[in-house]
Design a protein around this ligand. Structure first.
Ligand code: FAD
Ligand code: SF4
Length: 510
């Protein structure tokens, strides 16, 4: 036996660095569904199903390609319940020269694997992850010496590096780097939003659904109507579906929220990009091609590419630059517990109910729901970063620590003191009213702020502004908010704070 090659659930690509130079005759690939990975958070059932089924399909593909694969299926009675135990059993049985793996996406597991040369007593080679556009070192070099990191500048570097939407003269196509200002339209039902891409479960997926219901049935979310792709070939069909039907309107309605439509014009590709079924650069190249061939406008294509080569790469860079300390940040000093309705959707706030209910059914909510509804509420209510981060890590099919943590702790909760974003995304109910049609169906009144039926976001917004004066009053991007707060009559300010204090004491009953 030469090497044991460990492949993790989010590394499902034949181009994986751990597979480079693998010897089909002597090396043995190890893949395992283990309790420790399935249970370190309350993973959505659809996430467990997607990953276990995609792993089983990928293992079969490797076997068909001539590799020898040890695959452990999930069972509560397995003797090995963690990756380390699985590897220990395989080492005992096969006496490998080395373990080879690709660096993983979570600090927690990285920390464990990087000790294996000691804990398992076998040389462990951890290879770089080539499924990202920037290497960790490239990001670290770019960040070096900068006091504040801004996604926009890193994004431009990545555009230059990849040549995506760049002219031969190295200028941005269309003349602008960023068309975000055109991407804020409210959606009123027209044009019709496309149905999401669907694949019906095959026998392998159905077996996994039954197994998850039997052994992991107390996890969050619903396993019903599972329709995600679980192979690279089907994920590529999902990409084509997006480019044909949703990309043309992706830009215009990127920030829209709807009371009736869960998916709008979003790509729903993150579950596949994040587990290796789709390559991020290939996805962006195909989107760029849609612009060059006149199938989608520049604001849509640039906006989409920016999310992937900009935001996605940027948050990953920040994660690896600052973990594990980053996770301990709580610079706004939040100490409130997460209200129970985050798990049930049982709240009279229509926007929150809709976002959480979609999350429970689909394992998905789009970016603006995550940022400006569930995220905004947690920010205004002062929820502890630990609890809200764990919620986001649990409830989405695409959630992995490297992408969830900077988005939640940094972008949403501003708990890193503004390192990731120059100002908090705090907003009153007015923002949600502007971007959605929720408010007309809500128990609360968005035009009211202090009354018993007033929209909770309104007074909580001013409470946030007032209680964080020390942190934000001198921020040039927040001066206007403080001026508006101070302009209000003292009686009005008292009434707003009184209403907010009542809400904060009674969050669970909202
Ligand atoms: C609080 C919060 C938590 C989030 N948690 C996750 C998470 O756990 N996993 C995850 O993949 N994304 C996360 N995001 C980013 C973003 O919301 C999702 O990537 C997106 O909603 C996935 O749906 P989509 O594929 O339809 O995206 P689209 O709207 O179609 O966007 C295209 C792609 O861009 C990438 N992308 C867009 N925004 C971001 C971003 N801010 N960070 C990283 N990638 C981005 C994704 O790969 C996505 O597939 C989070 C955002 C917020 C505000
Ligand atoms: S009124 Fe307030 S709580 Fe209700 S949907 Fe609008 S923003 Fe949400």
């Amino acid at each position: 036996m030469a090497n044991l090659i460990l492949i993790l659930a989010d590394q499902l690509t034949p181009g994986l660095s751990a597979l480079e130079g693998a010897d089909r005759d002597t090396d043995r690939i190890v893949m395992a569904e283990v309790h420790s990975e399935a249970s370190y958070t309350n993973h959505h059932k659809k996430k467990l199903i997607l990953l276990f089924s995609a792993m089983r399909h990928f293992a079969s593909q490797l076997e068909a390609d001539g590799y020898s694969v040890h695959y452990q299926r999930y069972h509560p009675d397995n003797t090995a319940q963690s990756l380390e135990q699985v590897m220990a059993e395989q080492i005992k049985a096969h006496q490998p020269e080395r373990i080879i793996t690709t660096e993983c996406g979570e600090w927690r597991l990285h920390d464990i694997i990087s000790q294996w040369h000691k804990t398992l007593g076998v040389t462990t080679e951890i290879r770089p992850d080539s499924c990202f556009i920037a290497t960790k070192q490239e990001f670290a070099d770019w960040a070096e010496g900068r006091k504040q990191l801004r996604m926009e500048y890193f994004y431009r570097e990545m555009r230059r590096k990849t040549g995506l939407l760049m002219t031969p003269e190295q200028k941005p196509e269309g003349g602008e780097w960023n068309y975000d200002a055109e991407n804020r339209r409210k959606w009123t039902g027209k044009p019709l939003a496309p149905s999401p891409f669907r694949i019906e479960p095959d026998a392998v997926t159905q077996e996994v659904i039954d197994m998850v219901e039997e052994h992991l049935g107390d996890h969050f979310g619903s396993s019903e109507d599972f329709h995600f792709a679980v192979t690279a070939a089907d994920a590529e069909k999902a990409l084509e579906h997006f480019i044909d039907y949703a990309l043309p309107c992706f830009g215009d309605y990127q920030d829209a929220i709807s009371d009736h439509e869960d998916w709008l014009f979003h790509s729903i590709l993150s579950p596949y990009i994040n587990c290796g079924l789709l390559d991020p650069l290939m996805v962006c190249e195909q989107a760029a091609q849609a612009w060059y061939t006149g199938r989608a406008p520049i604001n849509a294509v640039e906006g989409f590419i920016r999310q992937i080569v900009g935001w996605r790469e940027f948050v990953r860079g920040i994660y690896w630059l600052h973990m594990p300390e980053y996770a301990r940040n709580n610079q706004l000093g939040n100490d409130r517990a997460l209200p129970g309705f985050y798990w049930t959707g049982d709240t009279r706030m229509r926007c929150m109910h809709k976002a959480i209910d979609a999350t429970r059914r689909n394992g998905y909510a789009h970016h603006i729901q995550r940022l400006m509804v569930t995220g905004n509420f947690a920010l205004l209510a002062g929820i502890t970063p630990d609890e809200i981060c764990d919620w986001y890590l649990a409830v989405y099919v695409d959630a992995y620590d490297w992408v969830e943590l900077p988005n939640v702790l940094g972008m949403v909760m501003h708990a890193d003191g503004g390192y990731l974003g120059s100002k908090p995304y705090a907003a009153s109910g007015k923002y949600i009213q502007r971007q959605s049609d929720h408010c007309s169906n809500c128990h609360y009144k968005v035009a009211k702020a202090t009354e018993d039926d007033a929209c909770p976001f309104n007074s909580l917004y001013w409470h946030f502004i007032d209680r964080h004066r020390d942190q934000f009053a001198k921020n040039p991007r927040m001066t206007m908010m403080y001026r508006n707060w101070e302009k209000q009559k003292p009686e009005r300010r008292d009434a707003l704070l009184k209403r907010a204090n009542y809400l904060l004491d009674n969050l669970d009953s909202l």
